[in-house]
Design a protein around this ligand. Structure first.
Ligand code: MLT
Length: 211
């Protein structure tokens, strides 16, 4: 571990001992509070674990450095992904979370590092909801994501995420064995009601041993 794995974060305990945890990963300029309402919309009872990205871009928190729009500093991305995985493992033990029921929910920059977690730490996440994600990097050897459920929601007129990058990410994840649901929305980079509903229904089906 290159650095202190500690992250400023919020932890909201589950309702009624629900064993599911949503790892909430915000977009550029967000923080640990941003996605708490979305997390609750997606699952009323799950625990919520929401770290703040440690990289600052003109004062805006992010989870890894970028060189320009959509061009990532891959060395930093890989290092930060390992660091975030370390935090998730520590938090899992500290808060007594069930790693078999840990789902990432990421938006934009947060979705990109969630995709990177899937590629570099297969098995860490039980599944992921990726909202406006792109290919974080091209993995040299495909990870084993056999059966890992992933919900990928993309906007047809997104100015920041080229549709080819979403399609390529879906392909990479499928080749690694993940069960990818690709949900194309008519809108842009912002998240709409329809996909929140879509993600909520998908998550309810993806959580093992549904309540
Ligand atoms: C990224 O930098 O991860 C993507 O371009 C999306 C974003 O701006 O957060």
């Amino acid at each position: 571990m290159s650095e202190d794995p500690g992250f400023i974060h919020r932890f909201v305990p589950p309702e009624r001992d629900d064993p599911t945890t949503l790892l909430l990963l915000h977009g550029t300029g967000g923080d640990e509070n941003d996605l708490l309402p979305l997390g609750r919309m997606l699952d009323e009872e799950a625990a919520l674990l929401s770290p703040r990205g440690k990289v600052l871009e003109n004062g805006m928190p992010r989870f890894f450095r970028r060189l320009s729009m959509g061009v990532f500093d891959e060395e930093d991305l890989v290092r930060r992904t390992h660091e975030l995985a370390g935090f998730v493992e520590e938090a899992t033990s500290e808060y007594g979370l069930d790693p078999q029921r840990l789902f990432a929910v990421g938006f934009s920059n947060g979705a990109n590092i969630a995709a990177s977690l899937l590629l570099l730490h297969p098995g860490l996440l039980a599944g992921a909801v990726l909202l406006r994600a792109m290919v974080p990097f091209e993995a040299e050897t495909p990870p084993d994501l056999q059966g890992t459920p992933v919900y990928l929601a993309a906007g047809r007129s997104d100015q920041m995420v080229p549709p080819e990058s979403t399609e390529r990410l879906a392909k990479l994840l499928r080749e690694a064995g993940a069960e990818v649901t690709l949900d194309w929305q008519p809108g842009g980079h912002g998240i709409g009601r329809a996909e929140i509903e879509g993600a909520r229904a998908w998550l309810a089906g993806a959580i093992p041993g549904m309540r």
